[in-house]
Ligand binder design. Sequence first.
Ligand code: ADP
Ligand code: ZN
Length: 293
Amino acid sequence: MKLLGAIEAGGTKFVCGIGHEDGSIIDRVSFPTTHPEETMAQVFQYFEGKNVEAIGIGSFGPIDPVIGSPTYGYVTTTPKPFWSQYNLVGAVREKIDVPIGFDTDVNGAALGEYKWGAAQGLDSCLYITVGTGIGAGAVVGGTLIHGLSHPEMGHIYVRRHEQDTFAGACPFHGDCLEGLAAGPAIGSRWGRPAVELAPDDLAWEIEAHYLAHALMSYVLILSPQKIVMGGGVMKQSHLFPMIRTKLQELLKGYVQHASLTADIDSYIVPPQLGDNAGLAGSIALASMALAGK
Ligand code: ADP
Ligand code: ZN
């Protein structure tokens, strides 16, 4: 089987690995995201002599994933020091001469779950991560959604919970979804890290409220056949039933489909690829690049 390379480029850490076209991962390493030159030197060192036939990069964003655009392959307007306007694909291409697939980390994860995970055999799915930030990617008809750039579904506005007075923490929008419901927002609102809050804390009722509002918009706009929810905050597995129930309440039976009524437990699910979702996503991007797609 052909060897494929994967780079999961995160704002906190980079994970590199190699795998096969069936999504299996045979090796992985991880190192902190520091200065591009230092971090990329570690990437090149890892892939040296590995003879991969293609590389997939799932990156933190915003990025330019539009082939043909002058800044294709760049990390664009990130506030992360040193990485703004960094030509990530260009840097890899200079050292490793193989087809390169490049997309957001969440688009990669969506593709991985679609090909090998929770959405296998379906035509569409949405992957959302609730972690340091909130981001989502979607596959529709087997294709990852792009447009002007890539979707930014974490920054939509949601209806405020009536018991929530937290101003919101998004540096761009204040109380957008990410500003209200990402891990750091939970930490700031309650004065301690999300992981320390008890399962019956009001914090989770508010969290589920916001995430269910977001899912309602995604369901109404994209009609995905499966919603996969990952990221550190979703390790609180009691959120899943709360989100499912709230989504049903919000939709009020308007979208009549068994996935939203009788089968909602198998409609909104954790990543089947678990902690490998990101790396498997990058393998999926590599396999698309190899196929010339
Ligand atoms: P990243 O988004 O940087 O890739 P994570 O998905 O792990 O990383 O998200 C980190 C965020 O998730 C932090 O804000 C942290 O507080 C929160 N988090 C991590 N683990 C848990 C947990 N078990 N319960 C609740 N929140 C968590
Ligand atoms: Zn925002």
